[in-house]
Ligand binder design. Sequence first.
Ligand code: FAD
Length: 394
Amino acid sequence: ERFPVVVVGAGPAGLTVANILRAASVDCLVLETESRRFIEQRPRAGVLEEWAVRALERHGLAANLLERAGRHTTCEFRFDGVGHRFPYTDLTGHHHFVYPQPLLVTDLVREYADVRGGEIRFGVRDVTLHDTDTDRPSVSYLCPETGRRRVIHCDFVAGCDGARGVSRSALVPERARIARHDYGIGWLALLAEAPPSSDCVLFGVHPRGFAGHMARSADVTRYYLQCPPGDDPENWPHERVWAELRQRLAAADAPPLTEGRLLEQRVLDMHDYVVEPMASGRLFLAGDAAHLTAPIAAKGMNLALHDAFLLGDALAAYMTGGDEGGLAGYSAACLRRVWDYQEFSQWLSDVYHGTASGDPFHAGTTLARLRRLFTSPAAAAAFAEQYLGAAGHF
Ligand code: FAD
């Protein structure tokens, strides 16, 4: 079997690449280890930056999103028992869109497979990349129905299989470097069956540890609690979770949190990595396969989409017109934004976790940074630009 492009992984990155290729009449095959039902329900991210939504719109992929997504215009830092609202849309004219990742994935699958007639093979096993450093690469997998290995020959492989995928390991080790950073911090990621407790995102910067609150929908809210890395979610029964959230998100005059059943409870160890370069031969990585940013600044899905727009457009330009420029510049163009967002995440991590570090000096500088956001217009403008991911994109 032969397809011009094989896309490994049907997450936001892979599905966006595949949609762009179909729109340019370039045939491709998407391989996904999970089922359609599973990927359409996997809860994860929920905040999309405005430039990313505009780019989805330009590619005809944002109709549902624009109709249904909420808008975020303000965030609130809670520290020293007081809530400090940061109305970034008033400062910049730009906002965030709130659209849960499973809804975006559902839209992208439907558009690619049901509207644009693209092919996805779900439930594939043991995906293996071959000869990606030659001009005759191929991808093989075990077919779930027959148990037999099938080989797909192609011109290009788009490695979009996320942090736990196999594509990254097919890069030639002498030519690719992986830079890693470990924050030494865990976050208990929670989904609560409860309406949001505030009209905006809340960041609790507390000596007991960071706490976050992010609306996902009218009935579901994401909360985060800083915890030791590798902590067992079993250590966090319902009562303990809500008691900590109440303390860490406390602010004078704030209404009490709306509590509810916990639907998901996972410990995330905060770490980052970046693969450089993101391409080798005929293999191009996109999204979490190439770089992970801890969910500190809610950047991962946005970066995955940024890569996907560049890769989809570059592959389409090459396959339809022989233009090699996009592919040649792909890795460098992605990495500029990746490093910019990594730096911001690191800065924000210091703010979130500084007062709980046990180091009074670090706690003092953290509070100084926070106060500066509310007293210096220049500091506020710089934060708003990075928080919105705006630089150079509007
Ligand atoms: P993925 O979404 O991981 O997709 C990869 C796909 O490949 C998956 O469907 C997987 O099943 C499949 N796959 C894996 N291995 C193989 C294989 N060997 N062969 C074939 N297929 C394979 N980002 C934000 O921007 N904002 C947020 O608010 C935010 N919050 C988050 C909260 C949590 C709890 C988590 C875990 C992440 C969060 N992120 C957030 C990050 C965001 O979810 C990811 O960055 C995003 O999913 C990356 O998209 P992707 O397409 O690169 O990878």
